[in-house]
Ligand binder design. Structure first.
Ligand code: IPM
Ligand code: MN
Length: 413
């Protein structure tokens, strides 16, 4: 563990200078794998010199870690444990820098994110987040001041949430198994009702008016939909993309979504398209989850349906997501929140955080290592855990982390 120091900037600069320019094999990459750093355009002569000098450039990534509130630090510790194991096995290096943003810091200093923090975070290859939300802080302050602010200011316009039922995991749906539940929700992550537009008039009077507006820009909607089509193509499962909306009532916002969806669809003739209203989709998640491959939707609908998705994949103990800026710095997190009542008890399930670490490696281009983490998680769910629920796993938080770390390092206990 290291703490942030100015010399990290110098190290970053050196690393930038030494990183290879993207090769032509980078063309056609999925948005998920898009490189997150701006490269200095050093040409082949520079590299010849480096090669002649015999310098071996190893893969290394600078990760900002924000453990956050509640059980965040416990699950992040297990994620980092697994990352250490996996990087050793697959031959790359992770440099972690810890930041103490969260409720305790806010209560101590009155500050959510210091102004300099966003600039600092932009210098990393990725951000690994535990959880934000503190029982002694009024709801909204930390969520908006830390989590949403990072998502918005780093323009992480995609919230990618895989819903996958692993073998050995209890599913609340009768007669559904891992072959039925394997889809991904692409949630728009910077607009909609979460953009903070609106206001209040005559507050506290009987005539009070509260307005919360849903912001949908052509640019924001289109880039999200394009990401979803590219992702569906790259995933190559059923090659089916479903737009989830509410075109029968939200006739301004979802008219824009629907028109954009079918316009972009013309560029992807081999991707099947489908549409479902958000209320209906909650019904289908329960009745026929096997119908879905990739779903694209707005910020609030995505927030809601992915909690339902988490439940059908075995609960908050396993659900992970990525806040992605395909051209910038992305952030990976378990989606379950800070679970304050389990804080410090070594009872919470770290698999969601470990899985988020896997998504982060996939995003950084370390696909083999990401697969290694997923396979290890599957061994743990199918061979060991009694349940995914906190306190009912049959193992403590750190024992679950040890099990996954053991499997990723190649032991098969
Ligand atoms: C999530 C969370 C956040 C959201 C909250 C904490 C602001 O529920 O990541 O789904 O609504 O996006
Ligand atoms: Mn949510």
């Amino acid at each position: 563990m290291t703490f942030y120091k100015p010399y990290i900037f110098i190290l970053n600069l050196l690393k930038l200078l030494l990183s290879p320019v993207p090769s032509s094999s980078g063309l056609g990459r999925s948005p998920l794998k898009a490189k997150t750093r701006v490269r200095v355009p050093l040409g082949p002569p520079f590299f010849s010199i480096i090669r002649i000098l015999g310098v071996e450039l190893s893969r290394s990534y600078n990760i900002a870690v924000i453990p956050g509130d509640g059980t965040g630090p416990e699950v992040v510790a297990e994620g980092v444990k697994v990352l250490d194991a996996v990087s050793g096995r697959y031959g790359f290096k992770l440099n972690t820098t810890f930041f103490d943003f969260g409720g305790d810091r806010y209560l101590r200093t009155g500050e959510t994110l210091p102004d300099s923090a966003l600039e600092e975070l932009k210098g990393f290859d990725a951000i690994y987040l535990g959880a934000i939300g503190h029982p002694d802080v009024k709801p909204g302050i930390l969520e908006k001041g830390i989590l949403l602010r990072i998502r918005f200011e780093l323009d992480q316009y995609i919230n990618l949430r895989p819903v996958k039922l692993y073998p050995g995991v209890d599913c609340p749906l009768k007669d559904k198994g891992p072959e039925d539940i394997d889809f991904v929700v692409v949630r728009e992550n910077t607009e909609g009702l979460y953009a903070g537009a609106g206001g209040v008039l005559r507050k506290g009077t009987p005539d009070e008016i509260a307005v919360q507006e849903s912001i949908n820009t052509r640019k924001g909607v289109e880039r999200c939909i394009r990401f979803a089509f590219e992702f569906t193509k790259k995933r190559n499962k059923d090659r089916k993309l479903t737009l989830c909306g509410k075109t029968n009532v939200l006739t301004f916002a979802f008219d824009l979504w629907e028109r954009t969806f079918y316009e972009v669809a013309k560029e992807y003739p081999d991707i099947k398209t489908d549409y479902a209203h958000v209320d209906a989709i909650t019904m289908w998640f329960v009745k026929n989850p096997e119908w879905f491959d990739v779903i694209v939707t707005d910020n609030m609908f995505g927030d809601i349906i992915t909690d339902l998705g988490a439940m059908i994949q075995g609960g908050m103990g396993i659900a992970a997501g990525g806040n992605i800026n395909p051209n910038g710095v992305s952030m990976f997190e378990p989606i379950g929140g800070s679970a304050p009542k389990y804080k410090g008890k070594n009872m919470i399930n770290p698999l969601a955080a470990i899985s988020a670490a896997g998504l982060m490696l996939e995003h950084l281009g370390e696909e083999e290592a990401a697969k290694g983490i997923e396979e290890a998680i599957i061994k743990v769910t199918s061979r060991h855990l009694k349940s995914l629920a906190a306190g009912q796993m049959g193992y403590t938080t750190s024992e679950v982390g040890d099990l996954v770390a053991g499997y990723v390092s190649g032991s098969d206990q």
